[in-house]
Ligand binder design. Sequence first.
Ligand code: OOG
Ligand code: NI
Length: 473
Amino acid sequence: MISQWQLRAAFAARLSDMYGREVPAYTTLVDVSREVNEDVLRAQGGDAERLGSISRVTAERHGAIRVGTPAELAQVARVFGALGMRPVGFYDLREAAASAVPVVSTAFRPVDGEELARNPFRVFTSMLTPADPRFFDAGLRARLETFLAGRELFPPELLALADRAEAERELPEEDAERFLQLAVAAFELSAEPIDRAWYETLERVSAVAADIGGVRSTHINHLTPRVLDIDELYRRMTERGIEMIDTIQGPPRWQGPDLLLRQTSFRALAEPRALRAPDGSVTKGALRVRFGEVEARGIAVTREGRARYDRLLTLVDQQTALHPDGGPPARAKPGVGEDRAELARALWAEHIPGTEHDLAAQGLAYFTYSVVPDRPRNGSRPPTTLTDLVAQGWVRADPIVYEDFLPRSAAGIFQSNLTDAGSRDNDQQGAAYDSDWLSGAIDREVLDPYALYERQQNDSLAQVARELHLTTL
Ligand code: OOG
Ligand code: NI
């Protein structure tokens, strides 16, 4: 029998092999990430594994896919449900930054600590929003919905196997093999010719709309390895002549603990795609839709920590806008994005505590707590507050790694890889989509990431209280 986590690990590995064949630059990215990780481990030893074992980090990937309708998203949820992955978080990329990306998204991922440690594979999954009149007028919406209703992304055999794996939490070896083959094939780039006129019609609204609704299948859009030093990775990729986007998205590099998520990407090369002209003739064309991305993960922050992060981003935006040409003239000319990064670093140092201890004490980040096993016993009773327990060495605090995404970075990643900004009619009222709507549409609860981190923290506190015979903590 092949258990869900084994299916998940095998799926992630096979998808990675497939994507490496389809997009060779991805393989370079994985190789450079591995080199950086080995160097960090050599330099820092055990500290390098504070946010996940090196084996977890080396195997860790997130993918991104894009679908067209709630019905398709519900099928995606079944395929990932088979792998023990649940929808977590709601991201509205129509609103993030000044973007014109007509999608709303969630991420499928394992949710409990043990499963995450076994294999944390996650997939950022976006769904087109044809009902949003800012992007699609009534005529285009109707054509788009008809087109989407007429395609099949996942064969019925795959969905049947997925349902069985989810219900039984495992599959016999032969069925597992079949499931994996069908699941990987469903995310390969299709060779079927693309109706060029239709693709271009959607492209005028947004390249993302065309990538989703202009073709009769879906495909993995990128696959992202995790790296322990993303600044070093950025340097090494640039040295190899690979042109990265201007910035690393997310928090700046600074002297305090890594928080949340930092990501950067490069544009993939144009890929050959068959295009069908209105007269029926098929020609060889090329489209640039897929790219490479890499990420570094930090500690998960609480709602309050996140509010502080969002406020700092706004501050950085405002102050950068005041000095669009690169700050005070006395300063040496920095590289692209350097001013912004420097400003962000200074603001972070001012507004965010620089140690794990202070982040925990101020309720800004999540930790799991455990009783220190080999503490010398001298018969004394443990103190009764968490702060004292940690300070006096009874209990240790380990950071909880951030397993989710950032809407603004995601919008930046989408945007930085589009040639055209697309169009959005801001005089129109946007269609309402939210987490509850999404839960209803796919008939599964879209989980709240904060609730998951909080539960993990609270469970660990309850365990400490039990072990030390304390009533509450
Ligand atoms: C998804 C972009 C978002 C991330 O890591 O934030 C994303 C897409 O391009 O489909 O993958
Ligand atoms: Ni991504």
